[in-house]
Design a protein around this ligand. Sequence first.
Ligand code: ADP
Ligand code: MG
Length: 864
Amino acid sequence: MAELTPMMLQYKSIKEHHPNEVLFFRLGDFYEMFGEDALEVSRLLNLTLTHRANQPMCGIPYHAAKIYIARLLRLGKKIAICEQTAMPQGTRTLAERKVVEVITPGTAVEEEYLEQSVHNYLAALSCSRGKAGFAFIDVSTGDFSATSWNLSDMAAEFSKEIGRCSPRELLLPLSLKEQPVVQNVLSNYSTISISYYPDWHFSQELSFKQLTQQFNTVNLRSFSLSENSPEVPPAGFLLNYLEKNYNSTLPHITGIHIYKDSDFVVIDDSSRRNLEIVSNLRDDSVQYTLLESVNYASTSMGKRLIRSWLLTPLKNKEKIDTRQNLVKDFVDNRDVLKRVRELLSSVLDIERLAGRIAMERAHAKDLQALRASLEHWIEVRQVMEPIHYITTDTEKAQKIAEIISHSIVDDPSTVLTEGRLIKDGWSKDLDHLKTIQRDFNSILDSYVEEEKAATGINNLKVRYNRISGYYIEVSKGKLDSVPSHFILKRALVNGDRYTTEKLQELEQELSSAGIKIIEEEKKLFLEIRDKLAQELSYLFQIASEVAYTDAIATFAHAAIQHNWIQPEIVESGELEIVKGRHPVVEMHLPSGEFVPNDAYFDESKYFALITGPNMAGKSTYLRQTALITLLAQVGSFVPAEKARIGIVDKIFCRVGASDNLARGESTFLVEMTETAHILRSATKNSLVIMDEVGRGTSTEDGLSIAWAVSEYILNTLQCKTLFATHYHELTRMEHPALVPLCLDVLEQEGQVIFLKKIKPGSVANSYGIHVAQLAGLPAAVIQRAQEFLKHQVSSILEPIEADFSVKTETETAAKNTEIKPVAPGLFSDEELILDEILSTDTNALTPIEALLCISRWKKTLSGE
Ligand code: ADP
Ligand code: MG
């Protein structure tokens, strides 16, 4: 310690309070990082590492800091900004330094740090008295919500909520650090920045106080919360955390939205992933997702709303119909739609701009952006005259726009310390100061003329540079004529630089005017911003109307673009889709190549068992049915010729383990845990999609489980179900509610064509070898596989047939004896028989089957 310089001691004492943040330590024009911070950041951002007093160190220029901060935030880092708050003076040799702000992934509000089309959520979870509370907030928009669940549902609920809001940052009590269920869920979300705080931070009492103070209420009844609600601790702690980071209040957070699962269609975490609603299974991007098919919003606000709508489909017919009818209005008024979308594309993020005004962070360009956006919105409202649903008046928007346009210059500075903010004519005082500044040049000019005349130096000039300020320049040849009142500033090769008392006086006057202008402009700007802050609730109202209009217009645009129709929403267990298409698969195929398919379910026929070979289109058919239902309940039009959609309360989508490789979860256990969750949570009004469930285990086990699960759904749950399977044995199941469907395959001259057309019945052949051939397996391997298929399959499948088949033993025997000798090929008869003996499971053979095999081998070997 003795070796540390005073500055490094200062650094150490500040860093002690910020062990979890990267400390940006301001040193002149740079932010420097030391020690561990320097090592980590230089590696992450590829910065040059240097050393100072045996400490690793790296730095970034302060004016470029935002770019680096944005990158660190994206990597989940937190940054503490330490500024020089007072410069060295008198006896003090060290600048005073203080952390002025902590920026974290979930609390960032600057435009540079945020992704436009997604919310930037900060979330918190806490548990008490058998309940978990979960709250999340987007400070940049003031969007604040919370929910709760029973601790026994932790795994499913926590992963569902976290998947739905995908927070950038999560705050947890220390006691959950070792909690296996919570940690297990979090292991799927490596990009969330997670921090732990002692449990007392999540105190019920303190949080209650924090919330009532924030909302300026005595209790929280208007938000459906009591002192003991499980939502209170995490919500209160979020506010506390934000306040600490900003050293300021958050006037735009005026309430919290408490929601229950019952408000929306429940789509659990793995169903959301498997249906690829807003992110795909391959790389989590938006490509090949449902969102991609409606990703046409013109504004960031619209983009965020569409995303959240897709994740929370509605259950209330009235609400669905309202959205749908507005979509229809736009579809029917295409000119209006086109114009509205054009105008909206010039509307910037009013919601986040208002958020920055609330947090006293909006700069003058932000205000100009707000003005332009409000003006465009006023135009949108005029154009929308025929489609009438918004009630907020635009008079106030007009007024706000006028204030900004009269006060702020057109292309203002983004900082408050260099002037260039306020228009002429807005303030008399400011105009006066500016006159002094403007007239300075002519005053200076006449002074120069004066000195020229007096000295006879006719090439005498007054110049300016940043270091020396104003000076008189006299060239070498004229030095003899320099009068005594010229004070030498600097002697140079070509001439000398002087000043005079008069020049110094003028300079003083100018610089004080300059400083005063900057101060005055800043003061005026802050006044204007405060004035706008009075209108926050109005601005947020406008922002939400822009988002709503944009989202509706987006659905209308998607409907026109993809030829979607208005579905009929009904409150029965019916589901009728005529010529339905998969919205995403269709988009990526050449026009007209997608084969449409029908679907029909009602209260007496609710279970579709779908068979068909690989590549026949089973998964696509299953998902399109779920996605059409989902789109309909979001209020959108759907890809079909006609659709009647009975409202569902939950949508489940399970995919057999080996089909779900993208997620790296090939374990059968996961598949079964998820299946268990469906069987426990589905109701009669749910929609269940099961795609080759039971695949992650042996054939016998898989088939048995698939059979039992189907039976349970048919008899107990009785919900609409689409069950795709490669176990043909399942088609022997009989139940009045079961509809066997299959995907049509055409065999033509040895070629197999997948028609992608659904039809009643089932298919027996799995055409797996054909798919292998398509995939380019060597001809020899294909031929060998065909021989095996003809020759051996019966012996592998018999144990199963013995269990499920309704056939008699003699039938089985007869079938076996039908097997023809293998055609001459790659292998000799002896080799084939040897192979068969070695691969036969003797434990699974019945004595009679063994006898039949031996007799067959004898026939083959004796050439009969
Ligand atoms: P399965 O689940 O039966 O193996 P998939 O649903 O995965 O089959 O479909 C296989 C391929 O066929 C996919 O590439 C898909 O894009 C295409 N496909 C599926 N259904 C259709 C359809 N109705 N029209 C056109 N192409 C389709
Ligand atoms: Mg499939």
